[in-house]
Design a binder for this molecule. Structure first.
Ligand code: ZN
Length: 280
């Protein structure tokens, strides 16, 4: 599933190309997961933002009265497991009958934005700006990992709200936004913290926050982790999969202590860690 680095890579690639463009025509798969895509027909993209793993596009209606609040909306896109948001130039041949195409938007400069989703865990919503109550994960989303106001003490307080296993708490998106299975395993290994602990002191919370920032930053620098489905907005793969220390390496030696990495299913999610240097 695309996590913060993958979604941020897509955002950075798209933002300048979408900004100021308006939607001339659009269509969507019949499922109500995707039909809201058509609600921004005739609207103009103001920019493209990201919160956690969500892409958020503020749009406004063209024509007179564009400053009125009622003419402003936000399209929220969650890529789910296999969602791909891509922008195609005028010249590229586009298959609008592709079986996994869930939505498309033809822009006023003849580019086409497409949303493909094989497994259909993705979702498109159009809401009034900031009205996220219908999307509980987004509504209750924790702070951005790179928020300058987020320090170890604050992160410790957010983590202390949950008594679940630490990794499960991270995946809930509540203590911090954007961390999924891959980057959680990577960050917990880097911080030398056991994924199963239920309480974390201030010092270790601070270390975990730094580790999260480090693995997410590297993921962005490497344009994301492509294991199967993730592609950038131009259809390319990322390269962070070549630098993973922990995720997907069960049974292989720990890069720090050489002990063989362990793997268990923790609260339904495969979790890889080093039982030696992440003992506690
Ligand atoms: Zn180790």
């Amino acid at each position: 599933m695309p996590e913060l680095p993958e979604v941020e890579t897509i955002r950075r690639d798209l933002v300048a190309r979408l900004k100021g463009r308006s939607v001339r025509e659009s269509d969507a798969h019949w499922s109500d997961k995707f039909t809201p895509a058509k609600m921004i027909d005739g609207y103009r993209f103001e920019t493209l933002n990201r919160r956690g793993k969500f892409l958020i596009a503020p749009v406004h209606a063209d024509g007179p009265g564009t400053a009125a609040d009622s003419s402003r909306l936000e399209m929220v896109v969650h890529l789910g497991m296999t969602g791909r948001l891509q922008l195609h130039s005028t010249a590229s041949r586009l298959d609008l009958d592709h079986p996994h195409l869930r939505a498309w938007w033809l822009l006023d400069d003849d580019q086409t934005l497409t949303f493909h989703d094989t497994r259909r865990f993705g979702r498109i919503r159009v809401v009034e700006p900031g009205k996220y109550e219908s999307m509980p994960t987004l509504h209750h989303l924790g702070p951005e990992p790179f928020d300058p106001d987020l320090d170890g003490r604050t992160f410790h307080r957010l983590l202390a709200r949950s008594r679940r296993h630490l990794k499960t708490s991270l995946l809930s998106q509540r203590p911090i936004a954007g961390v999924g299975n891959i980057y959680a395993d990577e960050a917990l290994w880097l911080a030398e913290i056991n994924p199963k602990v239920r309480r974390l002191g201030v010092e270790r919370s601070t270390r975990l926050l730094s580790a999260i920032q480090e693995v997410l930053g590297a993921g962005i620098d490497n344009r994301g982790t492509t294991l199967r489905d993730y592609r950038t907005a131009d259809g390319d793969i990322g390269s962070n999969q070549f630098t993973l220390t922990t995720y997907g390496r069960a049974g292989q030696p720990c890069l720090r202590c050489n002990y063989l990495l362990d793997s268990v299913v923790l609260d339904g999610r495969t979790t890889t860690w080093c039982a030696s240097c992440q003992a506690r």
